[in-house]
Write a protein that binds this ligand. Structure first.
Ligand code: ADE
Ligand code: ZN
Length: 340
């Protein structure tokens, strides 16, 4: 029997691939735009949604960076984060590791602290009021150069004790991980975790580079690793977590159809797969919808879903005692027997 949506949503889970700027809903774009007196190139919320027809990553990024331009104050970032946490609380979400793109904001003239302090205060409120824990990952924009990434790491220095790690995002093809090997080494020396988008649109060689030159703790996406069996063997042997985002892959034409998504194949190969939303306001669904739609399209079993839920905590940067507590909660939930 197919696990019900109620069972899927009730499973305790973590989201470890979420760009907070990608949770900006069109309604919020207008609200923040009004609040900050920033004109939008759209007349209505419907016009904004109609523009979300992407044929690749770059199509999306162009509109995503434009949307982020309405975020001006700490309060905006606080509100953005809280709105996201409220949306994933009913999805069984217990922990989030959220990406933010400081350069998108500092390049518009905002001091580093505006996004960082606003998000951290929203995260603290979510923990207090919703019981959802979270940590922050600072992403470098890979279409910019490594010097700009170093400048961002320097600007982040006073916040580094409240930042879990660094990531690498934006336009993948033409911007290989090797471009950032020195700044990732510097981040590692500061005790930061390291993750990188690789193999979303880029070739398997970019996944190898992320592993061997950036020394990443997780691979974001990683879909194209499947084209290289030696790479799959390496990822399986090292228990490397992949943060897979099915509705994102569908919207950005990485796959043509959710039923053709490789997530089940990845699980069956023994890869440590997790299921995430990426940019939920742009891709048609938050964490819960990613889980329910993917489960249905790929006929995932109860065991598959329990594995995905456990992987989401095991692949997180939570301390081992917290991971063990969440895994025990998953086992207790799954053994209760209902809802199916
Ligand atoms: N920035 C926000 N979402 C992204 C994605 N899916 N890939 C690369 N960069 C991103
Ligand atoms: Zn992403």
């Amino acid at each position: 029997m197919m696990p019900s949506d109620a069972f899927i949503l009730g499973l305790p889970k973590a989201e470890i691939h979420l760009h907070i700027e990608g949770s900006l809903e069109p309604e919020q774009m207008f609200a923040f735009g009004r609040r900050n007196r920033i004109a939008l190139p759209f007349a209505t919320v419907e016009d904004v949604r109609a523009a979300y027809a992407f044929s690749n990553l770059q199509d999306f990024l162009d509109i995503y960076y434009q949307g982020a331009g309405v975020l001006m104050t700490e309060q905006d970032f606080h509100d953005l984060a809280m709105a996201y946490f409220r949306r994933v609380a009913p999805d069984g979400c217990r922990h989030v590791e959220l990406f933010f793109d400081p350069q998108t904001h500092t390049d518009r003239g905002l001091p580093f602290r505006v996004a960082a302090d606003g998000l951290l205060s929203g995260m603290a409120e979510a923990e207090r009021t919703l019981g959802i824990t979270s940590s922050l990952i600072l992403c470098f924009l890979r279409h910019l150069d490594e010097d700009a990434a170093f400048a961002t790491l320097r600007a982040a220095e006073p916040w580094l004790n409240r930042i879990a790690g660094v990531g690498l995002d934006s336009s993948e093809v033409g911007h290989p991980p090797s471009k950032f090997s020195r700044v990732f080494a510097a981040a590692g020396e500061r005790g930061l975790k390291r993750v990188a988008h690789a193999g979303e649109e880029g070739p398997p060689a970019y996944v190898w580079e992320a592993l061997d030159q950036l020394h990443v703790d997780r691979i974001d996406h990683g879909n194209r690793a499947l084209e290289d069996s030696a790479l799959v063997a390496r990822l399986v042997a090292t228990g490397m977590t992949l943060t897979v985002c099915p509705l994102s892959n569908l919207k950005l034409c990485v796959v043509d159809d959710l039923a053709a998504h490789p997530l089940k194949r990845m699980l069956d190969l023994g890869l440590k797969v997790t299921l995430n939303s990426d940019d939920p306001a742009y891709f048609g669904g938050y964490l819960g919808r990613n889980w329910t739609q993917t489960a249905r399209a790929l006929a995932l079993s109860r065991e598959d879903l329990v594995t995905l839920a456990k992987n989401s905590f095991a692949g997180s940067f939570l301390p081992a005692t917290d991971v063990a507590r969440h895994v025990a909660a998953i086992d207790a939930y799954a053994s209760r027997g209902s809802p199916t």
